[in-house]
Design a protein around this ligand. Sequence first.
Ligand code: CP
Ligand code: NVA
Length: 318
Amino acid sequence: MKPFVGRDFLTLMDYNKEEILRIIDLADELKNMRAKGEPHAYLQGKTVAMIFEKHSTRTRLSFQAGAAHLGLQAFYMDPSTMQISRGESLIDTAKTIDRYSDALVIRTHEQEIVDDFAKYMDRPVLNALTNESHPCQLLADIQHVREKKGRLKNLKIGYVGDVWNMAHSWGIVSSIFGWDMMFALPEKYKHLFWPRAKEFIEKTNQETGGNLTLTHDLKDAITDADVVVGITFVSMTRGATEEDMKKKLADFMPYQINAEVMSWAKNDAIYMHCLPAHRGEEVTDEVIDGPQSFVFDQAENRMHTEKALLALLMGGVE
Ligand code: CP
Ligand code: NVA
C-alpha cells in the first residue's frame, strides 16, 4: 500500500484493492463516529476548492457537508464566473488554486482536464466525475454493497445503462474485486467503452478471476445477479443535440429495469442507482421505491467515503 498523503484521486485504476478497502474501512469508522456524535475534525484549518462544470446535487453537497464535519473549509467555484471562462489558461488556473487551497475537487468533461489539473498542481486533485469516470461514486457503491450483501466476494453484477463514466468505473472495480460483471446494452453501443478502462479491466481480470461481458441480451445480464445496477440512459454531455438524445433513449428503452426484469435476479438481489434517476426511463417507480432498492442509503455513503478520502489524501489520518 502506498502512503495516501498528497496523492491524486483521478480514477480507481490508480488504487489497488487494499488501498480501496482502507478508504472504505475508514468511511465505515467515520459513519459510525457521526452516528454517535463523536467529533472528527481531522482537517481543521485546511481548505478545499471545488469546481463543478456540470450539474450536481449529491456530489457537491456530500463534499461540502463532509468537509464541514472534518473542520475543512470548502470553496465552491462556479466556472462561469471564473477567469477560465474568459480565456485564462488551465495551467494558470491550476497553479493559482495550488497557492490557496490544500486540494481541488473537480467535476468536468473530458478526463484529460482532471489529468491536466493534477499535472500542474502539487496538491491532491479529486475527480468528482468526468465523461469517462466517476471514482467517488464507486467508493460509496462498494461501501453500500458490503453493507447490504455482507461481502465483497463472489458477486455477479448486472449493469444496465449508458456506456459512460459509471459503466467504466463499475468495470474497473469489478475487475479489482474479481466480480462477474455483465453489461446489457444495444449492440451498436459496445464499441464506445473507454479503451483505457477496457485494457485495464482485461488485464486485471486475468489476475483476479473476474469477468467482463458486454451483451445485448438483458435477460442474460440480469439472471442470477446479486446486484442490479441501473444508470441513466442519457448522460450529461456537451455537444449532443436533442435529436441525438432522443435517439439514444429510444435505443436503450428496451433495457428498462422493471419488476419483471428484477425478478430474473437472485431473490436477495439489491438494486442500485447512483442518482439522479429518470423514473419511467431506466427504472420504474416500482423497482426504485421497492424493497430491493436502498438508493438513499447508497447516496448517503457518498459523504462518508469522500470524508475518508479527503482525510487520507490531505493527511488528517495516517
Ligand atoms: N451520483 C451523483 O454524482 O449525483 P450528482 O450528479 O447529483 O452529484
Ligand atoms: N452517467 C451520469 C452520471 C450522473 C451522476 C452522467 O454522467 O450524467
